[in-house]
Write a new protein. Sequence first.
Length: 467
Amino acid sequence: MLAKAFPVDLRRCQVLGLAGTAFLALGGDTAGALPVRELLAPANVRVALGLIGVYFGVVLLIAAWLLLGRLVRGAGPPTPRALLLVLATWAAPLLLAPPLFSRDVYSYLAQGAMVDAHMDVYTQGPAVLGGPLADEVAPVWQHTAAPYGPVFLALASALAGLTRGELPAGLFGMRLVALCGVALMAAALPRLARHSGADPAAALWLGALNPLVLLHLVAGAHNDAVMLGLLGAGLVAALGRWPVLGAVLVTLAALVKAPAALGLAAVVVLQVRAGRGPLPAVATTTAAATATTVAATAVAGTGYGWIGALNTPVSPQNWALTSLLGRATRALLEHLGSDLAPLAIPAWHALGVAAAGLTILVIWLRLRPRPVYALGLSLVAVAALGPAIRPWYALWGLFLIAAAAPSTSVRHRTAAVTGVLALATLPSGGPADTGQLVLAVCGGALAVVVLWQAHQTAQAPASGRTA
């Protein structure tokens, strides 16, 4: 309704989104995922105002994004270059903001320091590191091995060496790493869209200017940005008749986070579509992926413990579908006095993995001629049916769906999911209590009131001219 009624141009969208991210950065100074020594009591007035400010900013950002989508779908849409300028403008206030919506970046820094100190991150948690960096890691992950591949850990280790354990420098450096990933995503989207017969401007709007990208990849500095950037670059290389380079880049993405390995299937299909035989395509891709894995693991010096670390346990209160069903089943079995109760969650996780595998098989059988779109849907299945889920996991598939969505209705549904997920996490990254939820709702409601008042003010001159 906002997008239909609110007067809109590119400059208004740019300013409104900038206001949104500015409020995010300001509110994050007291309500974000702050270093332990800077944390304030939850009932502190500054924390309350910060939480209101963050959600005020989130709603402004979502509104600006929806209005920008109206421009993209209209006559004479903004050029990709203009949209990239909007992205840079919106991201600017977040560059020096504290981490928001997650404390994972502190784990990245601690794990990088462990690798730099020649500790085995695949058998030990940050607790063995000790010191200020380890103190910043959430308690639930203090004794948990790293679930990331050697490519990301090599980056984190290099950053640890450069910053010498200084927290502000490390946080800024990790955000720059994430920004490089976002830049690769933005560069890949128009090319993937043209190949898929989609609108490059619409792809950039949904895949790069998406609020989830700004909230979690930029403000949260998640390593998913690096994974998706390398994955996008690999697919672009495979489209450009450089399948070996494509396989190398996709493998590097998988050595950041494992789900990107599904992109190798797309590299094979793109080779077959270009006229290569299936067996040579599979052989070439497998050889390139194997050589890249061996070389990257050797350079990182972490060994192959990352394979076993793929089974890293998930947080006990994870909201993934299979975890929810597992906890409900366990509670029922405990109520019935069954000895099978401890097996409930592992069984549901196994069923989820099997269901994801079957879903991916069906997707590729039906959508093999559209490998980018098939890969996007496959990554959605992995995120939705896996043992753990976070709002930024939705970006795994959304990034490629943005580039290859077959219809406007698919984009609309994806945008609706984005709007919901953008509001799903507190800026501290911790669990919500009733008081925090009330403050968050107040912040969002205040933004809606301000937007409505701005709409009424903008409509008044038009009514006067009509009279």
